[in-house]
Design a protein around this ligand. Structure first.
Ligand SMILES: Cc1cc2nc3c(=O)[nH]c(=O)nc-3n(C[C@H](O)[C@H](O)[C@H](O)COP(=O)(O)O)c2cc1C
Length: 315
């Protein structure tokens, strides 16, 4: 499961792992924020009670700070840390205008220095996540990936859109294929994988070594069971029933509440993703947006389930 700022909380990661995700990433973490011991930045590094492995993604542009903070993350997370990923893809204005995220695609020499400094500083694998290029229609990912491989990157993830493209259009999977041809390290394909069928199609078209899923995992941990079944040639598992979806949303809310009650406000959007497409979803969204306590969520989930039963849609 991909890193998603404001979304991939520890409980979402645990539920993804329960459904077969091999690795889930935390939200991107500011190396600079960590270096200032910013409490809210450090909170992003908390792991869930059942989490066995997590990928941590750092963003920043100063090689020395990135290397120091990677070491901090290793010290903090110990064996739970699978790898450190460097964000080279975030297109958000407030990130890339500071030289972070996708701005690194415009400066491959600096990007390589960051990977070099970081991989020399830590014992865990260091990876990088990039886009197809920075400017619209530009493809710099294969050349950047080659440089990062030389600098010590253990793997690269490629999202087949440019930074200027943001989320418009379709991800160009042929970029992933060209990166795969350019390097010997593992390549993780990303962009528009929504189920087992599209995961297999990406692997077939690009020969990538793994797939990373972001938006299709929102309110949908079952996507990982679907992908794992497709990868092993097993029949697709049955889609969750509407009641199962609501019960999983309830479980997510209760686990979040037990872990960190302040995180419950973030459950609003998570809950509306679980409800997406269900009868009454738009009414539910309004009610969910008022929820503050776990009891509030329980009341709304009860009401949605009553509604589903009344329209005969529970199964
Ligand atoms: C809400 C949201 C937050 C995201 N935050 C991050 C992030 O913190 N780091 C990152 O590398 N990519 C981030 N992304 C990009 C995703 O990881 C992924 O590359 C992109 O959504 C394409 O994959 P998809 O088609 O499976 O959604 C974010 C995407 C979304 C929708």
């Amino acid at each position: 499961m991909a890193p998603m700022a404001g979304v991939t909380d520890p409980i979402m990661r645990e539920l993804a792992e329960d459904q077969g995700a091999d690795l889930a990433f935390c939200e991107m973490v500011s190396a600079k924020g960590l270096s200032y011991a910013n409490e809210r930045t450090e909170d992003l590094l908390e792991v869930g009670p059942r989490e066995r492995l997590v990928g941590v993604q750092l963003f920043g542009h100063d090689p020395a700070v990135m290397a120091d903070m990677a070491q901090r993350v290793v010290d903090l997370l110990g064996d739970t840390l699978a790898l450190i990923d460097i964000n080279m893809g975030c297109p958000a204005r407030k990130i890339q205008t500071k030289g972070d995220g996708s701005a690194l695609m415009k400066d491959p020499a600096l990007a390589a220095r960051i990977v070099e400094a970081t991989s020399q500083a830590v014992s865990v694998p260091v990876t990088a996540k990039m886009r197809r290029g920075f400017y619209a229609d530009e493809e710099t990912a294969p050349e950047l990936a080659r440089r990062l491989e030389d600098a010590g990157a253990w793997a690269v993830t490629v999202h087949g859109r440019t930074a200027q493209q943001m989320y418009r259009g379709k991800a160009d999977w042929s970029t992933i294929a060209r990166v795969k041809e350019a390097v010997g390290i593992p390549v993780i394909g990303n962009g528009d994988v929504v189920n087992g069928t599209s995961a297999l199609a990406m692997i077939e078209q690009t020969e990538c070594d793994a797939v990373m899923i972001a938006r299709a995992a929102q309110g949908n941990p079952w996507v990982f069971a679907d992908v794992q079944a497709a990868l092993s040639g097993a029949p697709a598992p049955a889609a969750p029933s509407p009641i199962e979806r609501i019960e999983t949303a309830r479980k997510h809310a209760h686990m979040l509440s037990a872990w960190e009650p302040r995180a419950l406000v973030r459950m609003r959007k998570q809950a509306s993703w679980y409800c997406k497409g269900l009868p009454g979803a738009s009414i539910a969204r309004g009610a969910l947006n008022q929820c503050v306590t776990i009891d509030d969520y329980d009341r709304v989930f009860d009401a949605i389930e009553d509604h589903l039963r009344s329209v005969g849609q529970e199964g």
